[in-house]
Ligand binder design. Sequence first.
Ligand SMILES: *Cc1c(COP(=O)(O)O)cnc(C)c1O
Ligand code: SF4
Length: 457
Amino acid sequence: MTAEDIEGLMMPITSTLSRTSIHAVDFDREPERFKVYTQRDLGAIDALRSLPDSLRFEMQVVASVLPFRVNDYVIRELIDWDRVPEDPIFQLTFPQRGMLSDLHYDRMAMAHRSGMDKQGLKAVADEIRAQLNPHPAGQLELNVPRDENGDPIVGLQHKYRETVLFFPSQGQTCHSYCSFCFRWAQFIGDKSLRMATTEAGKLHDYLRDHQEVTDLLVTGGDPMVMKSRQLKAYLEPLLHPDFSHIRSIRIGTKALTFWPQRFVTDEDADELIEWLHHLTIAGKHVAIMAHYNHAREMGTAIAKAAIGRLRGAGAEIRSQGPLLAHINDDPRAWVDLWQEQVKLGIIPYYMFVERDTGSRHHFEVPLFRAWEIYRDAMRRVSGLGRTARGPSMSALPGKVEVQGVAEIQGEKVFVLRFIQARDPEWVQRPFFAQFDEQATWLDQLKPAFGEKKFFFE
Ligand SMILES: *Cc1c(COP(=O)(O)O)cnc(C)c1O
Ligand code: SF4
């Protein structure tokens, strides 16, 4: 093949490059208005009108305890209403009866039926919420670093040596809420449970003083709810030579699912894309840590356009998300997810185990089953789709991956390892737990071979 032939082959590709270029978008770019519904507006969602009254009442009851927020795009384009209530995106965003225990559900249902006033309902809700483990894995206290005066730097977490988590205060909400979200406590308006800071200065001081940090992970909520210029104010100073040790800037987001317009048609979308491009040209690795649960989330034209624009700006998109009953607890769902991601240029990164908080019992999948699903799905994708590690539990000592089940000297065991650990010495060290088909979390596992403790305890 001659150079001309190759060029000929390239032509049609370059002519459609606008999808991935920075400025032009071959997308009908009429900006859409962001319209959101919360618990108060459940009655105003037209799509729900055709559902049975009993289902609507259940949703009302659950939504008065757990946070609920969904936008018009999700309702219109992501949910398949012919398949409700089983539809995975409906399960992902709308309140479900099973998200509360029978005891809590009955309590709240009774309160509604008795015609209790708003204040009364709130008191019942608060009481139930307090029992739902609002901050798992010691997040709030344990990992918050301190400044030179010994004062906690609110809004930062530094758990693993090389990565600092930053929770900008303007990014502590999302374009919609996931029904299983472990950060729900941040969304119910209890300020004492909120992890956020307004001070960019403190972030920069901390990073300047910690040369061992290579990665900054901006997270929330969803930092992409912020205006481009707000995000820029936090991140642009990192181009200064004082921060040359910060090699990677990661932004955790579900906006590619819940509001891809953020990257394409929103008023300040171009500013965001141009500025991310600027960061990558200046030598930073920009990684969009995209939260995905289902292939459907990438199915719309606007979602694909958003992915294309981010990639065109030089950002990598890595995907992570939990394995959830009712949403993606079968190998096929993960095969579809990973294959579609590879096709669109997204790198599968983590498969998480749903953590121990809030509505977990509705979504939880035993570790053994999670591993079976992971393995089954892995077997059916090419090497490019096998980059997701998991199933992984984000537990107190670190991220623990279930590597598999083995029989060693007559004992059936789980083989586990730390992907990430509070103590870097623990990373990649295999360890063993007694096999337990029902166990759903690390704290339910017992060491194998008659040992009294795990090595990290
Ligand atoms: C997962 C996680 C990170 C990032 O870990 P990587 O293995 O580098 O992706 C950082 N901090 C916390 C608290 C985490 O849970
Ligand atoms: S996008 Fe993330 S933080 Fe927001 S509701 Fe979903 S899981 Fe929670």
